[in-house]
Design a protein around this ligand. Structure first.
Ligand code: KG4
Ligand code: ZN
Length: 373
């Protein structure tokens, strides 16, 4: 089964075609993050406008790539012709698509609406079923995808086993989820305030590093030279780390960073040190609380996901714990599949195939991960 996934929940416009939930036939992402870098964060109105410009060309690109047609041979469409004409041009490319999948939330309402209304229109025009997808759950499904252009299927031992414990760490969410099967999700913990990605973004801004802050802090931290082997990174607090729960709190970190930054004109190497300290504090909290949950739930697989899962130090620190405790099977997707993309939307829809009539598909910016099985 081939599913066309569409994702427009924030500042990425993405479309992808995935076969049988594991094989990526195309995965196209256009981002307006450079535009938001100028303002140090996302302006929702601008993100939505950008979605409108990008959505049809991105879908077209994904369909062309999945059909194996070389660009030069497909010259029917270009950005000059109207969306309406373009849609009819796309129809011949859809014969091998069995269904559509669309992110309905959570996210920015303006951005979500662009994708949802486009997908509903395509579902009606092409007479294909449409599956609504929760963006957060879809992030977890990056762990089911075979890396692009690789073997047909993820090798048997690489397929996540249930029960799985999933940590979703993105720009707006930090959630721990127990999965007893596809569609059998139980939310077991999360952040009390800022999300981990938000903490990276806000701290980066305080340091004068560009948006998005996670990759910027990570790059600066990598350049930091540890002075000696006894050096401990403990400049910033690790709130709740010893508490017997699955909760995080990251809002205090930015206050602590602000205190360090205030009035100081940092040299480059000081920025690198602060970045390393910020990264270490966030990563320590994520790993410790996750390990607490691993000890209690004893999952067969641990699944890292969401944009922050692209952080190398986070994976490194999880791997340090592998086999030392009960963390036996640890999965982390390649960075490109951690950040927002539509391949995960298509995969999530394949493993949770519940199409709805297009009239019943609605954007829900506040959508959460279900709290009970
Ligand atoms: O999942 P995602 O692409 O979008 C949302 O659903 O929010 O996550 C974006 C977040 C941003 O906060 C970004 O700073 C963070 O993921 N991020 C990273 C890295 N790459 C992206 N954080 C730490 N290290 C990274 N390498
Ligand atoms: Zn996301």
């Amino acid at each position: 089964m081939r599913i066309l996934g569409i994702e427009t929940s924030c500042d990425e416009t993405a479309a992808a075609v995935v076969e049988d939930g594991v094989k990526i036939l195309s995965n196209v992402v256009a981002t307006s993050s450079q535009m938001h870098a100028k303002t140090g964060g996302i302006i929702p109105e601008q993100a939505a406008r950008q979605q409108i410009k990008s959505v049809i060309p991105v879908i077209e690109e994904a369909l062309i790539e999945a059909s194996g047609i070389r660009r030069g041979k497909w010259n029917k469409s270009n950005s000059q012709i109207s969306h309406q004409k373009l849609l009819s041009h796309l129809s011949p490319l859809t014969s091998k698509i069995d269904a559509l999948a669309i992110t309905i939330g959570p996210g920015l309402i303006g951005s979500l609406l662009v994708g949802v209304e486009t997908a509903k229109t395509l579902s009606y025009l092409w007479n294909k079923p449409i599956v609504p997808v929760n963006h957060l759950v879809a992030h977890i499904y990056a762990n089911w995808l075979a890396p692009e252009r690789e073997s047909k299927r993820v090798k048997e031992h690489e397929i996540p086993k249930f029960p799985s414990l999933a940590l979703v760490v993105s720009g707006g969410h930090t959630d721990l989820v127990l999965m007893r099967g596809h569609g059998k999700l139980k939310w077991i913990g999360g952040t009390r305030d800022d999300a981990a990605g938000e903490a990276f973004d806000k701290c980066a801004r305080l340091l004068g590093l560009p948006y998005p802050g996670g990759p910027a802090i990570s790059a600066a931290a990598e350049k930091f030279q540890i002075p000696n082997s006894n050096f401990q990174m403990n400049m910033f607090p690790r709130p709740l780390i010893d508490e017997d729960n699955f909760e995080w709190s990251f809002s205090g970190l930015k206050t602590a960073v602000l205190r360090e930054v205030n009035g100081n004109n940092f040299k480059v190497n000081e920025k690198q040190k602060l970045s390393a300290e910020i990264q270490e504090a966030i990563v320590d909290c994520l790993v410790e609380k996750s390990m607490r949950a691993v000890k209690l739930y004893k999952p067969k697989s641990f699944l890292l996901s969401g944009g922050v899962a692209a952080n190398k130090r986070l994976t490194e620190k999880f791997l340090l714990r592998k086999n030392t405790e009960i963390l036996q099977v640890f999965h982390v997707p390649p960075p490109k599949l951690c950040t927002d993309n539509a391949a995960v939307i298509a995969t999530c829809a394949y493993f949770n195939y519940h199409p709805l009539g297009w009239r019943n598909i609605k954007a829900n910016p506040q959508l959460e991960i279900v709290k009970e099985v």
